[in-house]
Write a protein that binds this ligand. Structure first.
Ligand code: ZN
Length: 114
């Protein structure tokens, strides 16, 4: 699955701190990951066009940020009403508001607050 380009654009720009956090404690440099992300943007998100080495970086750092983002739940870890992951369609919103909740948790919260 190809990444959401708007989201990718956000991650190399304003959201670069998410990339910085994800490489923390590894031997990778944020600029390496940002470089791969920028390259991917230039190619309209075609992961297939990355080199083998770039693909490894993509799989390790970018893919989890783009596709496997855990839901923070309604009231902390373990309180997710969904399957524990944030759906792709609300992911952008999550990054913009730094509030990582899946659709089920959002609905539950909206109900609570009326
Ligand atoms: Zn949830």
């Amino acid at each position: 699955m190809d990444p959401d380009l708007n989201l990718l654009e956000y991650l190399v720009g304003k959201g670069a701190h998410y990339i910085e956090e994800s490489v923390e404690g590894t031997t990778y440099l944020p600029r390496t990951v940002i470089g791969v992300a920028t390259h991917l943007l230039d190619m309209d998100g075609s992961v297939d066009l990355l080199t083998a080495k770039q693909k490894v970086t993509y799989e390790k750092f970018l893919k989890p940020l783009l596709f496997d983002v855990p839901c923070q739940g309604i009231s902390g870890a373990g309180s997710c009403r969904g399957n524990g992951l944030v759906e792709a369609e609300v992911l952008k919103k999550c990054y913009f508001h730094s509030e990582f909740r899946c659709l089920a948790c959002r609905a539950a919260l909206a109900e609570k607050t009326g």
